[in-house]
Design a protein around this ligand. Structure first.
Ligand code: OFO
Length: 195
């Protein structure tokens, strides 16, 4: 879609016939990335942008409830999601392909209570992990091992982020929220201390 302007013939060594072959290639003169790979990376940029906006919205709600520690936790999380998006942006552009600046719509703004917000954040992270699993599988099937290697960083990051999101819910459930909302807020804040 993004790179279909030039239609060129490339020479390549055919492993089956053991000789140089001519094949049509739309993309290879500009980028080593296949179109389907550029497409899934761009789609994931949009998911990261949406995550960033969602966490900023959660942060704003937390601050408005006086939950400043959790507000700060989600403000940092929003920044991290934008960094994740930009890391993909740099990967696409450095590979010579075209990154698509994402449009962010439908950002949730109506939250009811802290626990449901924490569960929403965990669900979001689980969904993102699943995306990266599928993307890695796609790249392996497409024999794009470089991009599969790039995606490994995200799988490691998701492992950490899911643990953190689960810990937030554990903290909430282990303390009686009626008596200890202040302490819950502080504990969640401290999960990102030093980040
Ligand atoms: Fe935790 O989502 Fe970005 O990658």
């Amino acid at each position: 879609m993004f790179l279909q302007n030039t239609f060129v013939y490339n020479l390549f060594f055919d492993l089956n016939t053991q000789k140089m072959s001519t094949t049509t290639s739309i993309l290879r003169q500009k980028t080593s990335l296949q179109e389907s790979v550029v497409d899934i990376l761009n789609k994931q940029m949009a998911v990261e942008a949406h995550s960033s906006a969602l966490y900023l919205s959660i942060s704003a709600w937390c601050y408005a409830q006086g939950l400043r520690g959790t507000g700060e936790f989600f403000r940092k999380q929003a920044d991290e999601e934008r960094e994740h998006m930009m890391k993909i942006f740099h990967y696409i552009t450095h590979a010579g392909a075209l990154a698509a600046s994402p449009e962010v719509t439908n950002v949730e703004r109506n939250f009811t209570d802290l626990r449901s917000v924490l569960v929403m954040a965990l669900d979001q992270e689980i969904m993102i992990t699943e995306n990266f699993n599928k993307m890695t599988e796609h790249c392996q099937k497409a024999r794009d091992y470089q991009t599969a290697k790039f995606l490994q960083w995200y799988l490691d990051e998701q492992f950490e982020e899911e643990q953190q999101a689960r810990r937030c819910i554990e903290i909430f459930d282990q303390m009686n929220p009626k008596d200890a909302l202040y302490d819950i807020d502080r504990e969640i804040h401290d999960l990102k201390k030093g980040e």
